[in-house]
Write a protein that binds this ligand. Structure first.
Ligand SMILES: [Zn+2]
Length: 64
């Protein structure tokens, strides 16, 4: 699995199906073979970044 935003493989697991990219500091969650991306705002809320990516780039391919 690599980050759909920066293609880094420096992904840390933070919960069940939840991951964090240490390179670009976005949160990733995985559901039904798709990666959902979230940015943590300054006030602690999450905003979706999914609009920035094509579905193909968010689909999990290969080993996990
Ligand atoms: Zn990243």
């Amino acid at each position: 699995m690599k980050c759909p935003n920066c293609s880094s493989k420096d992904i840390g697991k933070i919960g069940v199906n939840q991951f964090y990219c240490w390179n670009c500091f976005i949160e990733l969650s995985v559901s039904k073979g798709m990666i959902f991306t979230h940015q943590v705002e300054e006030d602690g809320s999450l905003s979706s970044l999914d609009d920035l990516f094509e579905e193909d780039n968010r689909r999990i391919s290969g080993e996990f």
